[in-house]
Ligand binder design. Structure first.
Ligand code: LLP
Length: 457
C-alpha cells in the first residue's frame, strides 16, 4: 500500500508500519506488524483493545527511553541538560521513566510541578515557564526549590521579586526572550514572533535584565527562548540561536548567568507520504523535504552554542514521546453518504484534538495487517461537531465496523489535551515494555466524572 512504502527517516510514524528492520540511524521500531497484527514492542494491540476497551492510549517505554538517550547522546559534545516538557505527556509513569533516565523537567503550572514530585523528580531540576504564573504557583515553586522561573515579562519578574521577598527568599529567574524569528510551523504553535504573547521582545531584553538586576529578592540565573513547536527544518532554530547567543554571552559577563535554554520544538514525522493537500505552513518547509533528524539538529546548533560557554538546556516534548504512543479506537459504523463514506469510530476530538485544532495529521492503520484493498474515507468521531474528524478523504486500507484501528504518533499532546466534552470519560492509558503491558491510568467512568459535581437548585 502506497502509504506504507516510502522510506522513513528518524523517529518516523511510517517506520512503525513498514516491515523493514530499523537501521541504526532510524531509532526505535516499536510499532510493527507481527504475525499479521500490529504490536507495540512485543504486545499485540488487538489483545489490549479487547481486554481494556477503546479508546485507549498505548505508549512504548523503550521508545521513550531511546529518544531521550538519542538526544542526550547527540548533545554529548556540549555541557547540556534535558528538561522534558511535561505538557506533552504528563502521566506519572512516563515522568518516572524519565526521572530514571536523569531528566530534568520544564513545567508550566503548579500542577505539573506536583506531578514531577509525585513521580520522584527533583524540583531542583525544574524550570517553570508560562505567561500567567499565579502567586500560589510562585510560592509553591519557591518552597519546593525549583531550578529557575522562566519569566515572560518584566511585570512577572517584579511580582516574583515581591513574593520571594515576603517569603524571605531569593528566587532564581531567567527571562524568556522573544527573538522575532518565524518558526514556519502552524500559527497556533508558533511562539517566537513579536506578535505572539510569549517572552520579552529582543529589542528591550538588555534593559529588562538591567532593571531586574536591581531587584533584591531574585537572582538572574539564565536566559531562555522557545520559538515554536513541530519544527521540521534546522533553519529557524539556527537563525534563533545565531541571533540570541551573543545576548547570552553579554548576560553571562554582565550578570553571571549560568544557563541558556533553547526551548523545545523539534518536530516529528506525522505524515510520511507528504501528500498533496497539506497545509500551507507545511508546504513552506517542503524544500527541505527530509525532516530534521535529532543528530542534524544537534550538529547544527552546537557550534554556535558552544561559543557561549554556558550550560545549554533543551525542553523537548514531542520528540521524546510523540511517536512513542498510539490511540486505539474501534470502528462503530460505516455510513455511506451521497458525497462521502464515513467510518465512525469510538474515539472523538475530546480524546485527540490535534486534527481539529491544528489540522494535525495522524496516520491511521488497522490493527490487522492490511491485505491491500483501500478506499477514500472520512474517519470521524461520535462528538457533535463537524470538526470531529481524524481524516478526510484519505485513502485508507479497508477496515469494517467492529475492527480496531490505531492513530499513530499520538504520544504527545494526545491524552493531556483530552476533555470530558459530551460527557465522555477520559481514555485508559497503557504503558508497554517488552511483553508487559500495564494500565497507568484507568478509563474514567461516569461516576468519576460526576463525583465532585452537585445539582443545587
Ligand atoms: N518549551 C516551551 C516553553 C513550550 O511552550 C513548549 C511547547 C515546549 C518547550 C515543548 O515543545 P515541543 O518539543 O513539544 O515541540 N499542543 C500542540 C503543541 C503545543 C506546544 C506548546 N509548547 C500540538 O499538539 O501540536
Amino acid at each position: 500500500m502506497r502509504l506504507f512504502h516510502k522510506p522513513s527517516s528518524q523517529n518516523c510514524a511510517l517506520r512503525a508500519c513498514t516491515l523493514r528492520p530499523a537501521s541504526a540511524d532510524e531509532g526505535m521500531h516499536s510499532f510493527h506488524y507481527q504475525n499479521g497484527s500490529l504490536h507495540c514492542e512485543d504486545v499485540d494491540l488487538a489483545g489490549l483493545a479487547d481486554e481494556h476497551g477503546t479508546p485507549a492510549y498505548v505508549y512504548s517505554a523503550t521508545t521513550i527511553r531511546d529518544h531521550y538517550r538519542r538526544l542526550d547522546q547527540a548533545l554529548a559534545g556540549l555541557d547540556h541538560g534535558i528538561e522534558y516538557a511535561v505538557k506533552a505527556n504528563s502521566n506519572l509513569s512516563v515522568l518516572k521513566l524519565l526521572v530514571d533516565e536523569g531528566s530534568g523537567f520544564d513545567i508550566v503550572s503548579g500542577g505539573e510541578l506536583r506531578r514531577v514530585i509525585e513521580a520522584g523528580g527533583d524540583p531542583g531540576k525544574c524550570t517553570f515557564a508560562g505567561v500567567g504564573k499565579t502567586r500560589e504557583e510562585i510560592e509553591y515553586a519557591i518552597n519546593k526549590g525549583i531550578y529557575c522561573f522562566n519569566a515572560e515579562s518584566e511585570e512577572e519578574v517584579v511580582f516574583i521579586d515581591k513574593v520571594a521577598g515576603e517569603m524571605g527568599k531569593v528566587a532564581p529567574v531567567a527571562f524568556r526572550v522573544n527573538p522575532n524569528v518565524d518558526a514556519k510551523t502552524h500559527k497556533y504553535i508558533s511562539t517566537g514572533k513579536s506578535e505572539n504573547k510569549f517572552g520579552v521582545d529582543f529589542s528591550v531584553i538588555d534593559a529588562a535584565y538591567e532593571r531586574a538586576s536591581k531587584l533584591s529578592n531574585i537572582s538572574l540565573r539564565g536566559l531562555q527562548m522557545h520559538i515554536g513547536s513541530q519544527l521540521t527544518s534546522l533553519q529557524p532554530f539556527l537563525e534563533a540561536v545565531e541571533k540570541v547567543t551573543p545576548l547570552a554571552i553579554r548576560l553571562k559577563s554582565a550578570y553571571g548567568i549560568e544557563f541558556f535554554s533553547i526551548g523545545g520544538g523539534v518536530g516529528i514525522v506525522y505524515d510520511p507520504a507528504l501528500k498533496s493537500g497539506k497545509p500551507e505552513w507545511w508546504a513552506a518547509q517542503e524544500e527541505e523535504h527530509k525532516p530534521l533528524t535529532i543528530e542534524q539538529y544537534a550538529e547544527g546548533v552546537m557550534p554556535v552554542l558552544k561559543e557561549s560557554g554556558l550550560k545549554i538546556l533543551l525542553e523537548p516534548g514531542r520528540y521524546i514521546v510523540g511517536n512513542a504512543g498510539v490511540l486505539l479506537t474501534r470502528c462503530l459504523y460505516e455510513k455511506k453518504g451521497s458525497a462521502k463514506t464515513f467510518r465512525i469510530v469510538d474515539a472523538g476530538m475530546n480524546d485527540l484534538i490535534r486534527p481539529a485544532l491544528y489540522e494535525g495529521h495522524h496516520e491511521i492503520v488497522p490493527l490487522s495487517e492490511p491485505a491491500g484493498s483501500s478506499s477514500a474515507v472520512d474517519v470521524v468521531g461520535p462528538v457533535c461537531e463537524t470538526g470531529d474528524f481524524f481524516c478526510q478523504d484519505r485513502e485508507l486500507p479497508d477496515f469494517a465496523p467492529g475492527d480496531a484501528i490505531a492513530l499513530l504518533s499520538a504520544g504527545a499532546y494526545g491524552f493531556v489535551m483530552a476533555s470530558n466534552y459530551n460527557s465522555r470519560g477520559l481514555p485508559v492509558e497503557i504503558l508497554v515494555e517488552g511483553s508487559e503491558a500495564k494500565v497507568i491510568r484507568p478509563r474514567q467512568t461516569m461516576d468519576d466524572i460526576l463525583a465532585s459535581e452537585k445539582a443545587v437548585l
